[in-house]
Write a protein that binds this ligand. Structure first.
Ligand SMILES: C[S@@+](CC[C@H](N)C(=O)[O-])C[C@H]1O[C@@H](n2cnc3c(N)ncnc32)[C@H](O)[C@@H]1O
Length: 293
């Protein structure tokens, strides 16, 4: 891995306020794994402590013991989404790993929007979209490359496990600092600032391209595809190999025969499945069905 550990954005917090026993840590890690597929090894102890200490304070509890007891009861079901939202790592930014957007613009878009394909169904999925910077980067790339985009049957599906993230995405509202990685011309063209506001909001035309939905990749997927491209970046790293394989093989079934999958900078699909072949920097092409063993 060339970048810091994805969980390293968790503040370093000393375990002084609430004691966290080995048994409690193991219970919480097992529950998180069962619910989300996210693996929390002993090296994520500080992350788990700092994220859940906030929940314990918010619930006016005094210990991890009390929190674990709550999760073990039927009433604890309503706490489960909070637990899940607390343990996700949502690091993202606009045009992160820009070479994927370059590939989308120079290879995928010209093929999908070829003159003879007008009316064809074009679908892109941002799986694990976090706070929305990824699907909005896709939307801006499409809008900039296809001037009459509104007259095409083109949509982006953006999903994430974390319900707080999905609630945030739908507003399409970002602060000035967050928008810094958007090229100035695109920001001027597709974002608006209310008078006296420090935030910028995406135009209705851009927001209308994206459907945001909460989706746990471990659960049943309601959509049928096919997707012409899937952005599945910096999500796999949180899962063990078996979960990675299961999700990738399900994704394979939803990707169009000529479709692409974009992975995160430290993710290597070839080690996990033979369903995708590497054709560029973390850019994968769907292998034809007859060649899959
Ligand atoms: C680091 S962010 C990646 C955001 C974006 N794809 C990017 O590369 O910038 C990882 C996202 O994966 C989501 N995630 C983790 N486990 C998931 C699961 N089981 N199902 C769906 N999303 C999940 C998290 O909620 C988080 O928002």
């Amino acid at each position: 891995m060339t970048q810091p550990d994805p969980a390293s954005d968790a503040p370093i917090e000393r375990e002084t306020e609430f004691p966290l026993s080995r048994k409690e840590f193991d219970f919480l890690a097992a529950l998180v794994y069962e619910q989300t597929g996210i693996v929390l090894g002993e090296n994520k102890r500080n992350l788990l402590y700092s994220r859940l200490a906030r929940r314990i304070r918010a619930l006016r509890m005094n210990s991890f013991r009390e929190y674990c007891d709550l999760l073990g009861t039927p009433e604890g079901a309503s706490e489960m989404p909070q637990l899940i939202n607390a343990v996700t790592t949502n690091l993202t930014k606009f045009f992160r790993e820009n070479h994927h957007f370059e590939h989308l613009r120079s290879v995928v878009i010209p093929a999908l929007f070829a003159p003879g394909r007008r009316g064809a169904r074009i679908r892109i999925w941002s799986a694990g979209c976090s706070s929305g910077q990824e699907p909005f980067s896709i939307a801006m790339t499409l809008a900039a490359a296809v001037p009459d985009l509104a007259s095409w049957n083109c949509r982006i599906l953006a999903t994430d496990l974390d319900s707080n993230m999905i609630a945030r995405c739908s507003a399409g509202r970002y602060n000035e600092k967050e928008t810094e990685s958007i090229p100035t011309d695109l920001r001027k063209k597709y974002m608006e600032r209310e008078r006296g506001e420090s935030h910028l909001t995406f135009s209705t035309a851009i927001r209308k391209l994206i459907t945001f939905k909460q989706l746990n990749l471990l659960d049943r997927w309601p959509m049928t595809g096919p997707f012409d491209a899937v952005f599945f970046r910096n999500v796999l790293i949180y899962f063990d190999v078996e979960t990675q394989r299961q999700i990738l093989n399900r994704m394979y079934g939803l990707i169009a025969p000529e479709g692409f999958l974009y992975a995160g900078h430290s993710e290597n699909l070839s080690r996990v499945t033979d369903h995708f072949s590497l054709i560029g920097q973390t850019i994968y092409h769907r292998v034809p069905t007859e060649r899959v063993s």
